[in-house]
Design a protein around this ligand. Structure first.
Ligand code: AMP
Length: 421
């Protein structure tokens, strides 16, 4: 019997984890700068949080991990971040303490999809939610932050694709117009789109089927059916984005996969070698019904999410390195017995003074320990020899210049601090 990881999952091995840590630190710093605060919600929720009546995207209806716990409760592993954040926002009545709440999150999500390059069953997302305002300046801040996330990393030609679906009235105007346009063409649509025509015609715009796409060439578009109010909101948003020189493009067919969006929807694209022309690294939109649907007051929100695996792949493809190798200031070489005990004590003291140090624990010979130190990129080796120890001394050697000096053990920490400061 062999033990393997679950299909569609992956291990982050120690050699890979520095870049994950670096990306997470980058997110925390950038989102902190924009005054977003971290929220951490559970990976599992009661199924009704995810499987809401209004939500019939494939992600929710076909791709979730659902199970019963031992008390026969229906639970679902979260497939995305927003639903859990809204559940927590309502349950903790956060709306009562602040009229604009700004959250960011980083964590794993689960979708039962066909695993392929950049597509996993457990994957990491980070994202934000801003709750409490319908103002277009909030949309502009959120989109700016999404754009900055990508462009500050150094990815080329980052661009924001935006569209507006408008308010409920705009959406229902448009739904009727699209249905009327597609009804005579129904028999030509893909089977999936035929099903959507009645229930959720907007999602037909998302279809990857080339015949569907051709039929849509002359179809009415959401932007043409915005109410005056919704149009004003959209115009204010693009004016604000222009004032910051955020490169955006109108994508008239953009609707995004989830059903809860209204007004602004957007995606962030970048040109990445080997990724194909159209690559969304992340996306999001405005939602006005979700808080109410979860039992809260009528409070609007807007958010986005990025997939971390895809982003790390993109950085790699572009030769962008996020992290330095893990730092090692000193490697302590010992010869067993007393020298090992003394090295062990010094290791603790060095670390207490924030000096990144390591030692050999397994009684290897001198040459092998030296090799290990070089392999680990240690800046210094500190040799705890029997003879020196009798004099209360050690040898400190710079691995690059080969310079070495003998110093008293009780001076070691101060001496090393002097070197490394
Ligand atoms: P979505 O929530 O579907 O809009 O996805 C937002 C981002 O999450 C996408 O742009 C991808 O980068 C990432 N993503 C979604 N599904 C997966 C998956 N199964 N595996 C890896 N990344 C994913």
């Amino acid at each position: 019997m062999s033990f393997t990881k679950v299909k569609g999952t992956y291990d982050v091995l120690p050699a890979e984890s520095p870049k994950w840590q670096a990306l997470e630190n980058y997110i925390r710093n950038l989102y902190g700068l924009y005054q977003y605060k971290e929220i951490r919600t559970p990976m599992m929720e009661y199924s009704q949080v995810i499987h809401r009546e209004s939500e019939d995207s494939d992600m929710v209806t076909k791709e979730t991990y659902n199970f019963k716990d031992k008390s026969d409760r229906d639970l679902t592993l979260r497939p995305e971040g927003t639903a859990g954040v809204i559940r927590s926002y309502v349950e903790n009545k956060i709306y009562a303490t602040s009229n604009l709440s700004k959250f960011y999150y980083i964590g794993p999500n689960f979708r039962y999809e066909r695993p392929q390059k950049g597509r996993f069953r457990q994957f990491m997302q980070f994202g934000i939610e801003a709750l409490g305002s319908t103002d277009a300046s909030v949309d502009a801040e959120v989109i700016t932050l999404a754009y900055e996330t990508i462009s500050k990393l150094g990815l080329k030609n980052a661009v924001v694709k935006i569209n507006s679906l408008g308010d409920q009235a705009s959406k229902s105007n448009y739904r009727e117009a699209l249905k009327a346009y597609l009804a005579p063409l129904k028999h030509k649509l893909s089977p999936d789109s035929q099903l959507r025509l009645e229930k959720n015609p907007l999602r037909i715009l998302d279809s990857k089927d080339p015949v569907d796409q051709e039929l849509l060439l002359n179809a009415p578009m959401p932007l043409e059916h915005l109410t005056e109010e919704s149009m004003k909101h959209y115009q204010m948003l693009v004016e604000l984005l222009s004032s910051l020189h955020i490169p955006y493009e109108l994508d008239k067919k953009l609707v995004r996969g989830l059903d809860y969006y209204s007004h602004t929807v957007f995606e962030i694209h970048a040109t990445i070698d080997g990724f194909g022309a159209q690559n969304a690294l992340g996306g999001g939109g405005r939602y006005h019904e979700l808080v109410k649907e979860m039992g809260g007051p009528e409070i609007p929100g807007i958010g986005f999410a990025f997939g971390m695996e895809r982003l790390l792949n993109a950085l790699e493809a572009e030769g962008i390195t996020l992290s330095q190798e893990q730092r090692l200031d000193a490697y302590l070489i010992n010869f067993g017995n007393e020298t090992k005990k003394e090295a062990f004590k010094s290791l603790y003291e060095l670390r207490n003074s924030c000096i990144h140090a390591e030692m050999d624990f397994s009684n290897k010979n001198f040459k092998t320990q030296l090799k290990d130190a070089i392999k680990l990129n240690a800046k210094y080796v500190i040799i705890f020899g029997d003879d020196e120890l009798k004099l209360g001394q050690v040898t400190v050697k710079n691995t690059e210049t080969q310079e070495q000096s003998t110093i008293a053990i009780k001076e070691l920490v101060a001496y090393m601090k002097g070197f490394l400061s």
